[in-house]
Each structure stands twice: as structure tokens, then as C-alpha cells.
Design a protein around this ligand. Structure first.
Ligand code: WQD
Length: 341
């Protein structure tokens, strides 16, 4: 069974990817420093996959620890690299924390497994596009000046990986540019676990609906969109997790060489108000919300062209916005009875 290192494997997307790796017959090896995840997720994963996955508590910024990992786990065939700081707003106030963590961790990892034919999947983001000039945005759209140090770390990391391949590395690399991951596993045993006040829309919606937040503020309704609120391409986290398995399968083909990049979204956009309406319709819960001022740094509208992912990655989404809202709500209700934070 091929061993796949999953850095950040106890996080939101990482944990869902661990499940899909097992479903696809891989053996996940979870690496996490627990800086933004709970060790209880390991127990939750055990309930879903039926065995306790290998877990190493390691800070990837610790060069010695990563070298030791490569000695402990030498027969790794693939690496899915999620581990990174990802709070857009925080990155503006603490840029060096983001550059240090997000680059040191990836560079230590790449060095530790250098010289081996590793299939490397990099967790990138649609944030590299900024506000695209043309929608839906394709992978060859110009990468705009990042709107945050967080976004910059994704752009620069992609360039680092391309340069490493160009220099003749034994790695193969696929970067996946995620749009907006939301929802939860249908067991409601894993899902998004924000620390403190959620920055992202959907956890704020579900926490408002369950009574943890007084009301949701819609950040602006004066944009050039169907109802004035921002448009995003929301993708179910389970579909997103499956895209990582597809990326490994693609790199396992002898004809795949070097580096490639794919948009991982649904190809459709939804406004904030449409998401709220869908949540209310699907759950039957009325959501207290009001319109507030725009949030600095928000792009007006972005959704992905997923033609390349469909045709070359042989992957496309199967779940819709109703599934996303229903599963996010089931997870929030589970958390209310079983605090995991
Ligand atoms: C979505 C929409 C908000 C909260 C960011 C990163 C991206 C990825 C996902 C890491 C926007 C609106 C939100 C609220 C609101 N992160 N909103 N009220 O900003 O599109 O993407 O998170 O990989 O890289 O850039 O996601 O969920 O924060 O916002 O009206 O209380 O919801 O203005 O239009 P975003 P988001």
C-alpha cells in the first residue's frame, strides 16, 4: 500500500483528504504540529476509517525533526502538503510569521525527501488570481499582485516548486488552486474547526444559526453582482479532498512529467446572500444577518474555469451548495454536543 505523507493532516481539508486516501487504497501518514488543529480529530478519523492512522507530531520548521521524519518514514511515495498558516487578515499584521512558517516548512520537507521520486501535491489557492479580469478564471490567467502576505506565500511557493522542477528534481509536482472549501464529511465526525471567531463565511453562518454568534454581518451589498454581495466558487470539502487523490493518480502515470497546476472549484459562483438563502432553505433555520460595510481586501467576484481539471485531472465536483450547507449544519450540531476545539 503506497504511503502518502499528509502534512496538516488533522486540519480541515487535511483530515477529509486522509479519509479519501484510505478509500482509494493509500496509507496516509499524518504530520501535524497541532498549532491549528485538535488531536481529537485523530480519534474522529479512527471512527471513520476503522483504524488509527500513523501520526507524527512535528513542526516542519524544525529542520532536524523533518530530517528525522525522512529516516523514520523513508518509503513515502507521495506528499500532500497542507501545513501552513492561512489567515488572510492575520498575515497582513504578521507577514514575517507567515513567510517564515510557510516557506521554512515546505523547504525543509522538500530537502528531506530530495533525490526520491516523490509525487508532491501542493495546497495552493485561488487567491493567487486576485480579482481576475476575465471570469471564469483559467489556470493561465495572470497571477496578480497578492492581496495579502498569505496569498503571496502561495504564489511564491508555486514559483519555488516550478524552479525546483526546472532544475531537474526527482519530484513530480501538482499545485491545486482551491476556491472556497466548505461543508463537512457526511458522518458529521469531522469538519471545519475554526479557532476563536470564524473569519470565513460558512462557519460564521452555522455558529450564528446554533446561537454561538449573535448575527452574521454581510460585508457589503453594493458590489457589481446579481444582489450586490460578493461572489465566490464554494466547493464541498469532500470533493476537494478527492481532487488530491486524482492528483496522485495523475502523477503516477509515466507520461506525467514535472509540474502542473489545476483549478479546484465547481465552476459556478454564488453570492453571499444566495448562500444564506440556501442555508435557510436547506436547514429550515432562519439566519439573523444584516448588511455591513465592505471587508478590506475582498475581491468582488471570482469563480473557476474547471475545464482543465475535468479533462486532464479527470476530476470534477459531485456535490452541490445544498449538500455543502446541509453537511456544515450537521457538523455544527455535532460540535454543540461534542466539543472538539
Ligand atoms: C467569503 C465571502 C466575504 C464572513 C479566504 C481566503 C482563501 C481561503 C478561504 C485559505 C466574502 C463574505 C465572510 C462574514 C461575509 N483561505 N463574508 N461575512 O475571503 O473568499 O477566501 O478564505 O485557503 O484563500 O482568501 O472566504 O469565507 O472569508 O469570505 O459577508 O462574516 O463571504 O466578504 O465575500 P474568502 P471568506
Amino acid at each position: 500500500m503506497a504511503k502518502i505523507l499528509v502534512t496538516g493532516g488533522l486540519g480541515f481539508i487535511g483530515s477529509h483528504t486522509v479519509v479519501e486516501l484510505v478509500n482509494a487504497g493509500y496509507e496516509p501518514v499524518i504530520i501535524d504540529n497541532l498549532s491549528n488543529s485538535s488531536p481529537k480529530i485523530l480519534d474522529q478519523l479512527t471512527k471513520i476509517i476503522g483504524f488509527k492512522p500513523i501520526f507524527h507530531k512535528i513542526d516542519l520548521c524544525d529542520e532536524h525533526a523533518v530530517k528525522k521524519l525522512a529516516e523514520t518514514e523513508p518509503d513515502v511515495e507521495g506528499i500532500i502538503h497542507f501545513a501552513a498558516f492561512k489567515a488572510v487578515g492575520e498575515s497582513v499584521h504578521l507577514p514575517l510569521k507567515y513567510y517564515r512558517n510557510n516557506f521554512y516548512s515546505m523547504l525543509n520537507l522538500l530537502d528531506a525527501y530530495a533525490g526520491k521520486p516523490i509525487n508532491f501535491v501542493f495546497s495552493s489557492s485561488c487567491t493567487v488570481y486576485g480579482q481576475p479580469d476575465v471570469l471564469p478564471v483559467t489556470e493561465d490567467a495572470p497571477v496578480k499582485a497578492a492581496q495579502s502576505p498569505y496569498g503571496n506565500t502561495k504564489q511564491i511557493a508555486e514559483e519555488m516548486l516550478k524552479d525546483m522542477i526546472a532544475a531537474g528534481s526527482d519530484y513530480k509536482v501538482v499545485s491545486l488552486r482551491y476556491f472556497n472549501p466548505v461543508g463537512a464529511h457526511d458522518s458529521a465526525l469531522i469538519g471545519e474547526l475554526p479557532i476563536g471567531v470564524p473569519q470565513n463565511l460558512v462557519p460564521f453562518i452555522t455558529q450564528t444559526a446554533i446561537g454561538k454568534r449573535e448575527k452574521l454581518t454581510v460585508f457589503g451589498n453594493d458590489y457589481d453582482t446579481p444582489d450586490g454581495s460578493c461572489v465566490r466558487d464554494y466547493i464541498h470539502v469532500v470533493d476537494l479532498a478527492k481532487a488530491h487523490v486524482a492528483a496522485l493518480k495523475l502523477m503516477e502515470k509515466p507520461e506525467f512529467t514535472g509540474y502542473d497546476v489545476f483549478n479546484i472549484g465547481t465552476g459556478d459562483g454564488s453570492t453571499v446572500l444566495q448562500v444564506i438563502n440556501t442555508f435557510e432553505r436547506v436547514t429550515g433555520v432562519k439566519l439573523r444577518h444584516e448588511i455591513g460595510p465592505r471587508r478590506e481586501g475582498d475581491v468582488e467576484k471570482v469563480w473557476g474555469d474547471v475545464t482543465k481539471s475535468t479533462n486532464k485531472l479527470h476530476w470534477k465536483t459531485e456535490l452541490n451548495i445544498d449538500d455543502m450547507m446541509a453537511s456544515a449544519w450537521e457538523w455544527e450540531k455535532y460540535l454543540a454536543e461534542n466539543p472538539l476545539g
